[in-house]
Design a protein around this ligand. Structure first.
Ligand code: PMP
Ligand code: GLN
Length: 378
């Protein structure tokens, strides 16, 4: 067999969670909460099963759920969406991104990817025979280096992938990024794949600059979301993609012959749950408290934290503790200190040492305390 992804090994999340289990480490690596999800949502899904919503959902997703999502997009972002033609329920955010890329890419097309980048993007591009064009984020604050993005555009550029709030850095896009993005798409017909799985996890009163706010950008966008990330049930692997009708039509052609449709009772349950706006509106405050607690605890360690304005994550340097490569240090930290993290080099294609670790703070307070106690002894 000729590998379609010859350079790809096992994802870092599998590797580090495996090591965490092996060494009984506190797992601040892979991004998943260790606190329970909301019992009301569990009840709503259980009720849906009991009421026998157990057969195939419609291919684009349970219509009342798509209607509820259109209402939410209207109230949060002022978007005017047609649930029947512009919203598709998918088995997770990663699948939505993969499907969007597969929908638009032909061999030889180029896609601009900002590094560090969530690790599925580049393989998703390459498996389609397309070429990732890597542009580093600015080192000091992980903002977008727009002059470098503009310079990376070629006649073959088909799309740019954006992710705000950003994994792994916690950076968020601002108003000036939207202005630059407009300049970019006015030069050439470039699609936007906007990974917004952390849409509600945004801190310090910042605004989420969703593509759903900007009709001229939305016209070119596939906007990808994850219920797993938003409702603390990453194992559910359920999300959705919003795109204009013409793009959604093509997206669904790919989707219908891949998974066809998603878990029905979860869709019915989430529809009910979405009626309570407070559930998602308070998520940012809840996670910000976690971030702040983690920052406070980490003062007692030798790590130097960077800024995080959103997501589940914050990065930290460790120059006062070790001069090892980040990947080596992360492994040793798991084995010897009993704390698993993700080395930020894993989010770069060349794997170059970044001397940074990513910590997930979406954890119970006692988990954070236990981890930091171990880190403080280094
Ligand atoms: N994008 C980013 C940046 C993520 O961190 C995640 C989390 N896994 C996803 C997409 C996908 O989420 P899902 O588990 O719904 O596929
Ligand atoms: N998004 C999660 C993270 O960044 C992990 C997803 C996965 O394990 N594939 O940690």
């Amino acid at each position: 067999l000729r590998s379609k992804l010859p350079r790809v090994g096992t994802t870092i999340f599998t590797t580090m969670s495996g090591l965490a289990t092996e060494y009984k480490a506190v797992n601040l690596g892979q991004g998943f909460p260790d606190f329970p999800m909301n019992g009301k949502l569990v009840e709503a899904v259980t009720k849906a099963m009991q009421q026998d919503f157990n057969q195939y959902a419609p291919m684009p997703g349970w219509l009342p759920l798509r209607e509820a999502l259109a209402e939410k997009a209207a109230s949060l972002y002022g978007a005017s969406l047609h649930p029947d033609t512009e919203i598709t329920i998918t088995p997770g955010g990663t699948y939505a991104i993969y499907t969007a890329l597969t929908t638009i890419l032909s061999p030889g097309d180029e896609v601009i990817v900002l590094e560090p980048a969530y690790d599925s993007y580049v393989p998703n591009i390459e498996v389609n025979g397309a070429i990732p064009v890597l542009v580093p984020l600015n080192g000091h604050d992980f903002s977008v280096n727009w002059p470098a993005v503009h310079a990376a555009v070629s006649p073959r550029t088909k799309a740019i992938i954006l992710n705000s709030p950003h994994n792994p850095t916690g950076a968020v896009l601002g108003e000036s990024d939207i202005t630059e993005l407009r300049k970019l798409i006015s030069r050439q017909d470039i699609f936007i794949i906007s990974d917004e799985v952390y849409e509600h996890l945004i801190f310090d009163g910042k605004v989420h600059h969703s593509m759903l706010r900007y009709p001229d950008l939305l016209e070119r966008s596939f906007v990808c979301f994850s219920f797993g990330k938003v409702y603390h049930c990453t194992g559910w692997k359920l999300g959705y993609c919003i795109a204009p009708a013409a793009l959604t039509k093509e997206f669904r052609k790919v989707h219908q012959f891949n998974c066809f449709s998603c878990h029905t009772p979860s869709q019915v349950g989430i529809t009910e749950f979405l009626k309570d706006r407070e559930e998602y509106l308070q998520l940012g405050v809840f996670l910000q408290e976690k971030r702040d607690r983690f920052i406070e605890l980490m003062r007692h360690t030798g790590f130097s934290l960077r800024t995080s304005s959103g997501s589940y994550f914050i990065c930290a340097g460790y120059e006062k503790i070790s001069d090892e490569r980040d990947s080596d240090f992360a492994i040793r930290l798991t084995r010897e200190a009993g704390v698993a993290t993700i080395p930020v080099s894993a989010f770069y294609q060349d794997g170059a040492d970044q001397k940074l670790l990513r910590f997930c703070f979406a954890k119970k307070n006692e988990t954070l305390e236990q981890a930091v106690e171990r880190l403080a002894s280094l």
